[in-house]
Design a protein. Structure first.
Length: 68
């Protein structure tokens, strides 16, 4: 299991690599500003996702489609 610091660093790296620094910062601001319930969001938007791995695969498919 990653420490909180390691998790934050890894998460920010993933965000910036996929969104760029400006959009990553914007994403973080949105999440902090709203009372965001990730579990509820995931269940509403990805009800069939059985695991984090399944959700990740769906996110990657979506990303590839949006790049075309």
């Amino acid at each position: 299991m990653l420490s909180e610091t390691e998790l934050k660093i890894k998460g920010y790296k993933i965000l910036t690599e996929n969104l760029g620094e400006v959009e990553a910062e914007r994403f973080i601001t949105i999440i902090q500003r709203e009372q965001f319930d990730y579990t509820k969001w995931r269940q509403e938007n990805y009800p069939d996702a059985e695991s984090v791995e399944a959700l990740s695969k769906e996110a990657m498919k979506f990303r590839e489609k949006s790049r075309k």
